[in-house]
Ligand binder design. Structure first.
Ligand SMILES: C[S@@+](CC[C@H](N)C(=O)[O-])C[C@H]1O[C@@H](n2cnc3c(N)ncnc32)[C@H](O)[C@@H]1O
Length: 239
């Protein structure tokens, strides 16, 4: 498993631009079973980061609509969803090594065929690896909310990233987001409102009911136990 390709960005004067990330590099321990799952199954399910566009037919066994999930955490809900939809191909992206280990562990115990995962920053993966007009759905469940105002610049779902997603989705493709942060939910509605290609699928132009197909995630369970309200946002790409 490689995670060491450096993708610096420079401005027109050649000055290195320090990047703001939507995550912090967690020093959390990766357990023995997670490390062993990485060793055993990365070569089967993992896809190394690269600077060139992916050829989906070479990474998936069967041709099928592609669903991209960003920030799958431990991967439990992603693996279950992939099992529930064998007629779709799933590609997950996560920067958290323990999450990669857990996801590989779950996926291997179900011998899942239609799932591949990438261990890298999703913004870099989107820029470099995802070909335009290929994804039938992008799902981002419980992105880090970065509550403090001075941290809002770290939020993943900013206008610029939402615009990149429009390039990667096919026409009529879906962007599905869920969050337990009311402030982030309204922030997303604000960031997306000037991107004309997105049609909000909510009748009131705000939130939709959780589709039954969306499995409750590990992070969501914690929020629900604390009595938090969940916001599902769903947009369809019109070109
Ligand atoms: C709050 S957790 C939610 C995890 C999972 N979706 C769930 O609901 O249980 C957010 C996840 O997004 C991941 N993440 C944040 N920024 C990311 C990025 N730029 N690329 C890939 N993963 C990212 C974090 O590592 C973390 O696991």
């Amino acid at each position: 498993m490689k995670n060491n390709i450096i993708t610096p960005r420079y401005n027109l004067e050649g000055v290195f631009l320090r990047q703001i990330h939507s995550f912090v590099c967690r020093k959390g321990r990766t357990t023995t079973s997670q490390l062993s799952a990485i060793k055993k199954y990365w070569s089967l399910i993992g896809v190394d980061f690269q600077l060139n566009a992916l050829n989906f037919s070479s990474i998936f066994k069967h041709r099928a609509p592609i669903i991209l999930e960003i920030g799958f955490g431990s991967g439990e809900s992603l693996v279950k969803t992939a099992m529930n939809f064998p007629d779709k191909n799933f590609l997950g992206i996560e920067v958290y090594k323990s999450g990669i280990g857990s996801c590989l562990h779950y996926a291997s115990s179900y011998q899942i065929q239609n799932l591949r995962i990438i261990y890298y920053d999703a913004t870099e993966v989107m820029y470099n690896m995802i070909p335009d007009d290929t994804l039938s759905k992008v799902q981002i469940f419980f992105p880090d909310p970065w509550h403090k105002k001075r941290h809002h610049k770290r939020r993943l779902l900013k206008n610029i990233f939402l615009k990149i997603i429009t390039k990667k989705l096919i026409i009529d493709g879906i962007l599905h987001i869920a969050t337990d942060s009311e402030s982030y939910a309204f922030y997303i509605l604000d960031e997306i409102k000037d991107i004309k290609n997105y049609k909000n699928l909510s009748e009131k132009n705000n939130f939709v009911k959780r589709p039954v197909s969306r499995i409750i995630t590990k992070f969501e369970k914690k929020g629900l136990l604390q009595g938090k309200k969940i916001f599902d946002l769903m947009f369809q790409l019109k070109k």
